[in-house]
Design a protein around this ligand. Structure first.
Ligand code: GLN
Length: 263
């Protein structure tokens, strides 16, 4: 009996070890002459990263830019889809070659990872029910009697700003979700008063879910960059290629595919 228990224990440990290792990326570009790079993202952040309805593969501005860069420098590409908050720790542990995740450059993150040059900008937006009369989050706070329940994506800049400004002051409970889609679901089911998230995903979520609208927040513009583990051997070639794609118009072409020009 003891032997049986020991065998079962060993088997369980082996399985646990396997599942910790078995983080298989989704191939989106065939291996190149130099091999394949593994990209970490959170693929619930349209139009930067999401699953294509037809192919069921990850796509979006970040994924297509990363593909174009990898193709240029002779690598294939695999995408690993994880919670946003796990991306930087995963880069620090060298589990992934880089991240492309609509990630804002912040001084604090710079302590842990190396950012490429900036390729896009974002600003925080506030998603509210369509019948909301308040013009901004402060008016909403007043309308709700001085206390809000705010949904954010865990570990994002929206989470950081809202926690610092409202949670610390005791004027809001912050509910942290693993991704934007879950936060928006909580809003449509009345679990939160608003969701604070980057403006392009906010627009995409509002377009997909009836009965929601956007308020602009007063936060400053954020710069997006891709992130590498510190000292990565791929960084230089990748960043040079990114700059070339910005200069030759390829990058703008990709952005235009996913964000139709507003007129
Ligand atoms: N730009 C935000 C940040 O860097 C959100 C990114 C995301 O949710 N993918 O924190």
């Amino acid at each position: 009996m003891k032997k049986l228990i020991a065998v079962i224990l060993v088997a369980m440990l082996a399985l646990a070890g396997l599942s910790a290792m078995a983080e298989v990326g989704i191939p989106v570009l065939e291996a190149g002459e130099n091999g394949t790079l593994v990209l970490a993202t959170n693929a619930n952040f349209p139009p930067y990263e999401f699953y294509d309805d037809e192919t069921s593969l990850p796509t979006g501005i970040d994924i297509e830019i990363a593909k174009a860069i990898c193709q240029k420098i002779g690598y294939g590409l695999e995408v690993v889809d994880i919670d946003f908050g796990s991306i930087i720790p995963g880069l620090v542990s060298n589990n992934y070659d880089f991240a492309a995740a609509g990630m804002t450059v912040t001084e604090e993150r710079k302590q842990s990872v190396d950012f490429t040059d900036t390729y896009a900008i974002g600003i925080q937006a506030v998603i509210v029910p369509g019948d909301t009369e308040a013009a901004d989050i402060y008016a909403l706070l007043e309308a709700k009697g001085g206390h809000l329940v705010i949904g954010v994506q865990e570990s994002t800049t929206g989470d950081i700003y809202i926690s610092d400004e409202f949670e610390t002051a005791g004027t809001a409970d912050v509910q942290r979700f693993k991704n934007g889609a879950d936060a928006v679901l909580a809003l449509t089911s009345g679990q939160v008063d608003c969701v604070v998230i980057d403006n392009e995903p906010a627009k995409a979520f509002v377009a997909k879910n009836e009965g929601l609208k956007l308020l602009n927040s007063a936060y400053t513009e954020e710069e997006y960059a891709m992130a590498f583990p510190k000292g990565s051997e791929y960084y230089e070639a990748f960043n040079t290629a990114l700059n070339e794609l910005m200069e030759d118009g390829t990058l703008k072409g990709i952005v235009d595919q996913f964000i139709p020009a507003e007129n």
